[in-house]
Write a protein that binds this ligand. Structure first.
Ligand SMILES: [Zn+2]
Ligand SMILES: [Zn+2]
Length: 133
């Protein structure tokens, strides 16, 4: 095998994982937020339900192409077509049958990287550092 071929093989091995969008599948749905062990991003679990915009009855929601949509086209209660999406503050046993879970990446300031941690010893960091260990 030539060097070029080897390089192509290596690139093929590594690139898919770099390009692929992480689905954060290891983030448990029962936590509010946490760090994804696969990509290291802070992930927030957000629950959404759909409601008929006419009668307000709950409609099952799902995630489609990164968006929350209603699973049914028409309301089973009044036959209307429109619906609105509602964000839930907390998930409960009743809503979980209707709700769609969206794993949102939280953009955060990474104040801590390996070199910084060792160089700077400030008073306010130790409490926050615990989250990264
Ligand atoms: Zn991830
Ligand atoms: Zn309705």
């Amino acid at each position: 095998m030539s060097l070029t071929n080897t390089l192509i093989e290596i690139t093929r091995l590594f690139l898919p994982s770099l390009n692929r969008k992480c689905s954060h599948s290891k983030i448990r749905p029962d936590i509010e937020q946490g760090y994804c062990p696969d990509c290291g991003k802070l992930i927030k679990n957000e629950w959404y339900i759909a409601r008929c915009s006419c009668c307000g009855v709950k409609i099952k929601a799902m995630v489609k192409n990164g968006e929350i949509v209603a699973q049914e086209h028409f309301c089973s209660n009044c036959g209307s077509e429109g619906y609105k999406i509602e964000k839930l503050d907390q998930i409960n046993f009743i809503d979980i049958n209707f709700a769609a879970l969206m794993k949102k990446e939280v953009e955060e300031e990474r104040f801590c990287n390996t070199t910084k941690c060792w160089q700077e010893k400030t008073i306010e960091t130790p409490k926050l550092l615990v989250q990264y260990l």
